[in-house]
Design a protein around this ligand. Structure first.
Ligand code: ZN
Ligand code: ZN
Length: 275
């Protein structure tokens, strides 16, 4: 793990003490990912096709077509479960069993990744049931194990994408929805992709999920005594997006850490009826 990230996690733990335990678990997973070296081919897409796709609002890849190194991801996933099975946890037995089964049967990880990448939640729930785990945890672990591949893909594709021309509410690289947003120091809004971590600018008064621009049905709320955190919602599609106002903080924190350290906002948003 890059040293900077370790410092950021420590800082975050002080800033959001209620997320301490979760951040510590995530730090361990990131430590495991350090040993993963994915092999990703250079993109061979013609620049004219890229330009045309962008103009028409098509992402560079669909989630299922991302050139992910699934072998290295499954290895990471197995290491996650081995690590988790060493913890005193009520799921210890399930973790143990899964790491053994992943070792024996390569198809298991493959099935999981195809459900996760297709966002086939019914298939994911079925697998989670078989594995004896909550599906949200399984989804999170699977996505985290894809991170080394996704970060290489992001770097390799960066020169292909002209981000300033992208006006959609979904990711220009993989077509996924954003799961976090932030305001930069100038107050400009950026969305952060749920899967590959690409970030792109998007108007402030517009819902990324249904493109609603009607001020009367868009709004936000903020938790008490937590400056810089907001939940933006849209009454038309009843969706919400957690948002970090970076003007309120001295240092910038990566969005995946912010996501974990703001799970209390998801609870608040869901209590208000948003999804
Ligand atoms: Zn993406
Ligand atoms: Zn909406």
């Amino acid at each position: 793990m890059i040293e900077g990230l370790k410092d950021q996690i420590s800082r975050m733990m002080l800033q959001r003490p209620h997320s301490r335990e979760l951040l510590a678990s995530y730090e361990a997973l990131l430590g495991i990912l350090q040993g993963v070296k994915p092999s990703i081919p250079d993109p061979t897409i013609d620049s004219k096709i890229v330009e045309m796709k962008q103009k028409e609002g098509f992402p560079l890849f669909s989630r299922e077509d991302l050139p992910i190194d699934l072998d290295s991801a499954s290895k990471a996933l197995r290491w996650f479960f081995l690590h988790l099975s060493g913890k005193q946890d009520r799921l210890e037995k399930a973790f143990n069993e899964i790491s053994r089964r992943l070792q024996e049967d390569e198809n298991l990880a493959e099935q999981l990744y195809s459900a996760v990448l297709a966002r086939d939640m019914a298939a994911l729930q079925e697998i989670a049931k078989q594995w004896g785990l909550p599906s949200s945890m399984l989804y999170f672990l699977a996505i985290t194990s894809l991170k080394p591949s996704l970060s290489v893909i992001r770097e390799k594709c960066r020169p292909l994408l002209s981000m300033e021309d992208w006006e959609q509410g979904y990711c220009p690289l993989c077509g996924s929805e954003p799961y976090m947003a932030y305001f930069d120091k100038k107050g400009k809004r950026h969305l952060h992709c749920e899967l590959c971590g690409t970030e792109w600018a998007y108007p402030r008064v517009k819902c990324p999920f249904c493109q609603n621009e009607d001020q009367d049905t868009l709004g936000y709320f903020e938790p008490e005594e937590e400056e810089g955190l907001r939940v933006y919602f849209c009454k038309r599609c009843v969706r919400y997006i957690k948002t970090i106002d970076r003007r309120a903080f001295e240092k910038e924190t990566p969005m995946d850490l912010e996501y974990l350290a703001t799970l209390h906002l998801d609870i608040l948003a869901e209590e208000e009826g948003f999804k």
